[in-house]
Design a protein around this ligand. Structure first.
Ligand code: ADP
Ligand code: ADP
Length: 226
């Protein structure tokens, strides 16, 4: 089964800029997939469309078979999204931010608290649970976003440039954590402009440039051609 199927996807922003020019790719269940490309290539736009934050202009998107146009609620339930910007309320506590996510997905309160403890512990944030998010370092905020995205236990985790601005040590521990999640069965898609990051983590890769997928192959095959 495919975790993601995208075909003929186009995005024209207001003002007429064509950010996606008809892209096609799919990601198999269980894969660790990198969407690699330079700044401005269309990575965030692609992720925005998949997670229904950005309206597409044309094309189709399916997540575990659920169609974005006709099965939006089911599609959203499959996805955990870690956007680039810190879009949580900085004055809420770490634990509140994670637990509050339960409301959007109908996760029962008690289960939400159990999972918050599990994921915050795994991500090294449990001791910070009662601190306001604004007191966290950038790397901790990034990990908080991951814990929040996992609360409803999505089958597909999508991360937009997860290690941008993160120092090398923390980057490695995030890589280890994502690898562990993937081994436990979660399909992961991340965007990056570092080939090294894709190389360290990913099995398959799509290279995007100026709104087009210019290469879609396994990491092994790509490295053999370099
Ligand atoms: P749409 O409703 O077509 O998805 P958005 O609501 O996402 O468009 O965009 C709102 C406005 O924000 C755009 O019309 C644009 O002027 C501006 N904007 C936001 N991000 C960018 C960017 N990266 N480059 C240029 N303009 C931007
Ligand atoms: P990437 O994530 O690969 O850096 P983006 O998807 O953010 O690329 O942006 C792709 C292109 O679309 C860029 O040229 C960007 O300026 C433009 N863009 C992004 N958001 C908007 C927007 N809301 N309105 C207009 N143009 C946008």
């Amino acid at each position: 089964m495919n975790a993601l199927e995208i075909s003929g996807l186009e995005k024209v922003y207001k003002g007429g800029f064509k950010a996606l020019k008809g892209i096609d790719f799919s990601v198999k269940e269980g894969d660790f997939f990198a969407l690699l490309g330079p700044n401005g290539a269309g990575k965030s736009t692609t992720i925005g469309v998949i997670s229904s934050l950005v309206n597409k202009t044309a094309g189709s998107v399916k997540v575990f078979g659920y169609d974005l146009d006709t099965q939006l609620m089911e599609l959203k339930r499959q996805i955990g999204l870690v956007p680039q910007e810190f879009n949580f309320n900085q004055f809420e506590t770490v634990r509140q931010i994670v637990v509050n996510q339960a409301g959007y997905y109908g996760v029962p309160r008690e289960l939400a608290h159990q999972r918050a403890e599990k994921y915050l512990t795994q991500l090294g944030l449990w001791e910070k649970r009662d601190e306001p998010a604004r007191s966290l370092s950038g790397g901790m905020k990034r990990r908080l976003m991951i814990a929040r995205a996992l609360l409803h236990e999505p089958r597909l985790l999508i991360l937009d440039e997860p290690t941008a601005g993160v120092d090398i040590e923390l980057r490695r521990s995030m890589w280890d954590y994502l690898t562990r999640l993937n081994k436990e069965g979660i399909t992961i898609i991340l965007t990056t402009h570092y080939l090294e990051e894709a190389e360290m983590l990913c099995r398959n890769i799509g290279i995007i440039d100026a709104g087009q997928i210019i290469e879609n192959t396994s990491m092994k095959r790509l490295l053999a051609t370099l």
